[in-house]
Design a protein around this ligand. Structure first.
Ligand SMILES: Nc1ncnc2c1ncn2[C@@H]1O[C@H](COP(=O)(O)OP(=O)(O)OP(=O)(O)O)[C@@H](O)[C@H]1O
Ligand SMILES: [Mg+2]
Length: 384
């Protein structure tokens, strides 16, 4: 067992030392805040959107912007939204104002009180008249801009998992929110989301209220060079040497995906007891990672139809420049025509298992694709 704490973390939002690179992205997004350019930040799951916006908010607050972060993931009703947004605004402003003043002055319809959350930390409670839901919604959406005008300050609001807005009340709230936001002069909005097709529906359909209401910012991979340098540095700090070829291998299999790079390196660090990690250690760690993820992947697999599974197998064996409906594939699964595959691919997009970018389909989870190739196509037994 190694004595130094594992420097690689995966899962939750990362900050400080655990946050790598993304310097250009941070700079660009800060520039957008300064020029009040709203942003639609998109990427696949676990590419680091939340970590990046936290970093950007931290930097923006050093420049005097008031940062508000709202996670819409757990929100399913208008009431949830009002409460979450009001709580986030009150929380952000409590760094600048006394609690009593906020309770009295921030809202007129909604009321704020101080309470304690489940783990004993202080938390804002929000109340409002349930018969006045629409008015309360309007109030919370406008409150921050009014406050900023009075104080002659500027702010930035991040709606994380913004696609969730669709779930709360169809287009009615979307429309009300959009028309309020349009009048705001002191807030830059970031709309963050990972479900590309839903985000596209929201922002690129001319019939939707949020049509083209910001600049699209697709968050990409971490460049291979930066990824390797950071990983090497992190290993060194933990007194472990890593071979150049091992670094190459890690960059190759994780394809610049920060979550998988952290995950794989975490396993490598724990699994390899030597003080130097070599290229041949990487496949071992990779294997362990896939086995750990197997239960989750099998659960997903079990819930799919036969056609959907076949479409996934086809995609897992299709190179970027190849056609997924090629005859050899159709023949292999006795599929009479491409339309059958297209239908399955569409249903997989709705399940967020695949993405369509520039006319090409891709399995969103890089390691799910690897798992399919290893355990399904090559039928390697899934043992302990
Ligand atoms: N810049 C980064 N540096 C290092 N690790 C990162 C970075 N960005 C993401 N990660 C890794 O990815 C994981 C997920 O990051 P984060 O939650 O920010 O991504 P996300 O895109 O918001 O994910 P989700 O789609 O699940 O909301 C982190 O726990 C970390 O392991
Ligand atoms: Mg996130």
């Amino acid at each position: 067992m190694r004595s130094i704490k594992n420097p690689f973390v995966y899962g939750d939002t990362v900050s400080g030392e655990a946050f790598w690179d993304r310097e250009n992205e941070t700079k660009e997004l800060l520039g957008d805040i300064r020029s009040r350019q709203h942003v639609i930040l998109l990427s696949r799951r676990r590419f680091g959107k939340t970590s990046l916006v936290w970093k950007v908010l931290e930097e923006a607050s050093k420049e005097g912007f008031i940062p508000v972060y709202v996670d819409l993931y757990p929100i399913s009703t208008v009431a949830d939204f009002i409460e979450a947004y009001a709580r986030a605004i009150a929380g952000a402003l409590s760094k600048y104002e006394k609690a009593v003043k906020l309770m009295r002055g921030l809202f007129s319809r909604l009321y704020l009180s101080m309470g304690i959350d489940q783990v004993g930390n202080p938390q804002w409670n929000v109340g409002f008249d349930k018969n006045m839901e629409v008015e309360s919604f309007d109030e919370v959406v406008s409150s921050l801009d009014s406050y900023l005008q009075k104080k002659k300050k500027y702010g930035v609001v991040v709606f994380d998992e913004f696609q969730q807005i669709v779930e709360i009340d169809g287009e009615k709230m979307e429309r009300r929110m959009r028309s309020a936001i349009q009048t705001h002069r002191r807030i830059t909005y970031f709309f963050v989301g990972s479900k590309r097709h839903l985000m596209n529906d929201l922002f690129t359909d001319p019939n939707r209220p949020f049509y083209r209401s910001g600049k699209t910012f697709p968050l990409g991979k971490i460049a291979s060079h930066d990824l390797k340098e950071t990983i090497k540095k992190r290993f060194h700090e933990a007194k472990v040497d890593i071979d150049r070829q091992a670094l190459e291998k890690i960059a190759e299999v994780t394809e610049g995906h920060p979550y998988y790079a952290q995950y794989l390196c975490h396993i490598l660090y724990n699994m390899i007891e030597k003080s130097r990690i070599m290229a041949e250690d990487v496949p071992q760690a990779l294997d362990l990672l896939l086995r750990r993820e197997s239960t989750a992947y099998m659960n997903t697999w079990d819930l799919l139809t036969q056609r959907q599974r076949q479409a996934l197998i086809i995609l897992s064996e299709t190179a970027p420049d190849e056609n997924p409906y090629r005859t050899e594939m159709l023949r292999r699964f006795n599929i009479s025509q491409p339309a059958v595959v297209i239908r399955a691919l569409k249903s997989l997009i709705n399940k967020n298992l695949i993405d369509r970018e520039d006319g090409r389909y891709e399995i969103t989870d890089l390691f799910f694709k690897r798992w399919i190739r290893t355990y399904i196509t090559q039928s390697r037994p899934i043992g302990p």
